[in-house]
Design a protein around this ligand. Structure first.
Ligand code: SAH
Ligand code: SF4
Ligand code: F3S
Length: 478
């Protein structure tokens, strides 16, 4: 317990940092980077909130429930702070901080500082200032360039997979969505900066990176020649980095899917054949009201073209159910789209009106009960497809990147190219390796595999980039 607020000297006993992360992968990345920024000040991460000297809630504003969670969590933290006689600094970061920073300060006086998603590199400075005057709020002027320049070059990573933010912000203004307001305009990091970070990750043993952006396929960071580079060109440059064997990216927008990115799925074995391509609705009328700027046929055509380039491509999507004005007929169109595409997995959400977005004041809100019934029907269909997709892997041989130990004995857990979790017995000596695995069965949320006789013991076999024998077929053809 301490009465002295944290200082920026980095001396004395290690101070403990607890970060709770809500929302999307970009927040996961940001939380890791906040820990990196605070490490030189003597902060070491702790898993136990009661031990913490500094707690950061990295928040999400996307749906009402996500945003409201923050306030109940802050209530608990206030009690902890009181129990510690004030010896706890509380910060709110992320998209709620950006959207309603003042309200946070007003509703919960125990909060010491509020820092938006583009300003967290200033945490060290903020902490010293907070030592003098409580109640600091740093919103963002949406200049991620300063943030990335200020972050430490070296990252602390655990394990063999990592997220890497390459693009932030959104110019699309879908009528339901807060992201353009919380993350600002689309902005891409320069190619050189991304490559430097990726090389550092590879040197630390990372084998798979997931490139992140709210509209990652709109990436247009400055290339070595000073001209904007596409995501496809960035991926090709990343594929040259020794040890970096798998590249993924999320989230893509159908309207930003360029021909060179489609070609990259054919030409770059490192690009994994699994794509998150949210469509939100299968109804042209609702897509228009959502301002998605494309119709269902465009989406079908795009998927056909990507599958032509990469026939084993598996897809996932996000869906919103109960958007204002959605009729039974519109919802039927969504079910029809799902049947036609065939998803390996997908997320579906009840529409949540967000303050300040155009949809929040649209006519004909869907009654809650109707929306819930639709959501259950959609989820039943998506689950059915996921189960079928996983079951269809039985009998295949898939390259699996082993990431961690499982619960039983020498079991290890890894990922298939399609992001499925694969459980294999007696494989813990292979963690960090990509190994061909015979899939025995597929359940709803994971696959069970076994090692071929040659890999079962002894040194790991040589790297396999892409198993030609592993071409799996989606549950439902397009
Ligand atoms: N940039 C991505 C999505 C970011 S938000 C894209 O364009 O698809 C992640 C998901 O949250 C969205 O795909 C959408 O399905 C969901 N979402 C966003 N706003 C929402 C709202 N107001 N109510 C319910 N779901 C929402
Ligand atoms: Fe939100 Fe639409 Fe931008 Fe995605 S594309 S972040 S859903 S506004
Ligand atoms: Fe949530 Fe912000 Fe991500 S609103 S989904 S944390 S960009």
């Amino acid at each position: 317990m301490t009465d002295t607020p944290p200082t920026a000297t980095g001396t004395g006993a290690p101070k403990r940092l607890f970060i709770k992360t809500y929302g999307c992968q970009m927040n996961v990345y940001d939380s890791e980077r906040m820990a990196d920024v605070l490490r030189p000040l003597g902060y070491a991460p702790t898993e136990a909130v009661e031990d913490a000297d500094f707690v950061i809630l990295n928040t999400c504003h996307i749906r009402e429930k996500a945003a409201e969670k923050v306030y109940s969590e802050l209530g608990k933290l206030r009690q902890l702070k009181e129990a510690k006689d004030g010896g706890l600094t509380i910060a709110v970061a992320g998209c709620v901080a950006q959207a309603e920073g003042e309200e946070i300060m007003r509703r919960q006086p125990a909060v010491d500082l509020v820092v938006g998603p583009q300003a967290y590199h200033q945490l060290p400075e903020l902490l010293t200032r907070t030592a003098r005057a409580r109640g600091e709020r740093i919103g963002a002027d949406f200049a991620p360039v300063d943030k990335f320049d200020a972050l430490p070059a070296a990252r602390t990573v655990e394990g063999v997979t990592a997220f890497l933010t390459v693009q932030e912000g959104c110019d699309k203004f879908c009528t339901f969505c807060v992201v353009p307001y919380t993350r600002g305009a689309e902005w891409s990091r320069p190619v050189a900066a991304v490559l430097a970070e990726a090389r550092d990750l590879a040197a630390r043993g990372v084998r798979e990176i997931t490139l992140l952006g709210q509209n990652v396929n709109a990436y247009n960071g400055e290339g070595p020649d000073g001209a904007p580079s596409s995501l496809a060109r960035l991926a090709a440059a990343l594929a040259e980095i020794p040890g970096l064997d798998r590249i993924r990216y999320t989230t893509s927008h159908p309207n930003d899917f360029s021909d060179d990115l489609i070609a990259a799925h054919r030409d770059l074995p490192q690009l994994m054949p699994y794509l998150h391509l949210p469509v939100q609705s299968g109804s042209d009328r609702i897509l228009r009201l959502m301002n998605r700027k494309h119709g269902r046929q465009t989406y079908f055509d795009l998927i056909d073209r990507i599958r032509e380039a990469r026939p084993d491509l598996a897809l996932s999507s996000d869906f919103i159910v109960g958007f204002p004005g959605e009729t039974d007929r519109d919802f039927e169109d969504t079910l029809d789209l799902v049947r036609r595409v065939g998803y390996a997995s997908a997320f579906s959400f009840l529409y949540s009106p967000r303050p300040g977005t155009p949809a929040a004041t649209m006519a004909a809100p869907v009654p809650d009960e109707v929306a819930r019934t639709r959501l259950h029907a959609l989820q039943a269909l998506l689950t059915e497809q996921q189960v079928a997709f996983n079951a269809a892997q039985a009998g295949q041989v898939l390259p699996v990147l082993f990431e961690k130990r499982g619960r039983h004995g020498r079991q290890a857990i890894g990922r298939s190219p399609f992001l499925q979790s694969v459980h294999v017995d007696d494989a813990d000596h292979l963690i960090g390796e990509i190994v061909e695995v015979e899939i025995v069965s597929g359940q709803q949320n994971s696959l069970t595999g076994r090692l071929p006789a040659t890999a079962a013991d002894g040194p790991p076999p040589p790297l396999e980039q892409r198993a030609t024998a592993s071409r799996a077929v989606g549950a439902t053809p397009a």
